[in-house]
Design a protein around this ligand. Sequence first.
Ligand code: CO8
Length: 259
Amino acid sequence: TTDYETITVERTGDRTALLTLNRPKALNALNLQVMEEVVAATEALDRDPDIGCVVLTGSAKAFAAGADIKEMQPQGYMDMYLTDWFTAWDRLGNLRTPTVAAVSGYALGGGCELAMLCDILLASDTAVFGQPEIKLGVIPGIGGSQRLTRAVGKAKAMELCLTGRTMDAAEAERAGLVSRIVPADDLLPEALAVAATVAGMSKPVAMMAKEAVNRAFETTLAEGVRFERRLFHAVFATADQKEGMSAFVDKRAPDFTHR
Ligand code: CO8
């Protein structure tokens, strides 16, 4: 994990890892190298049975101020189409290990989309969210028009995408984009604590819980409930179900083996 140039990755104990975007001079603008490194690093962590949750964060000033405008500026349609620009970001949303976005400062354009690709979104009271692409003569390209609309509804999503207006942390929480607001100084410790809580659960069961919740965005209610029921029955094949329920009955803490 030392050969990355635009991110740092550290194992933070408690079966958790911390990925920090590290292009401070460009406010963590997401160029293709950042995309490749984030995807490679998170996929490696996803394969690691000793990692139960991954935190993604940026700096105090910027989670990420968007896709890299300077890199995109000269590109034409054929360049974008043939490189399939940004499609690799989809792989972040396909990770099976739960992820937490810890957002402080700007989360604009691709930065907002990156945060929405994560499973739990925690914001500091300084966070600013928006999809201001329209001001540059483009539209969101990493799922923003879809995920923001599902998260906050048409009224706000449409206004944000059409005007480029940003939301502060309080508005983002009211609208349901973020699960909680944390004072800026507490953001990282709180995100790591949330990650440690998740990572302390049975990993396969947490993976199934994540899969079930995500299914709500892909299918009808009846199909989603059926999908949940199948997974619910399946968890009774895990050792961790026996351990979790035995521990409750025995009035002790469970010792999950992640099997
Ligand atoms: N890309 C490249 N460089 C950036 C970006 C960016 N998105 N954001 C900031 N920077 C750079 C600045 O150019 C500046 O560099 P330099 O010092 O060399 O001039 C440095 O970071 C610091 O930025 P500022 O001086 O502007 O810092 P301020 O504190 O004055 O302002 C802002 C902070 C308000 C965040 C401002 O930087 C800004 O508005 N940034 C752009 C925000 C934006 O529009 N983001 C959306 C980008 S488009 C996108 O994400 C998705 C496009 C989807 C396309 C789909 C294609 C398939």
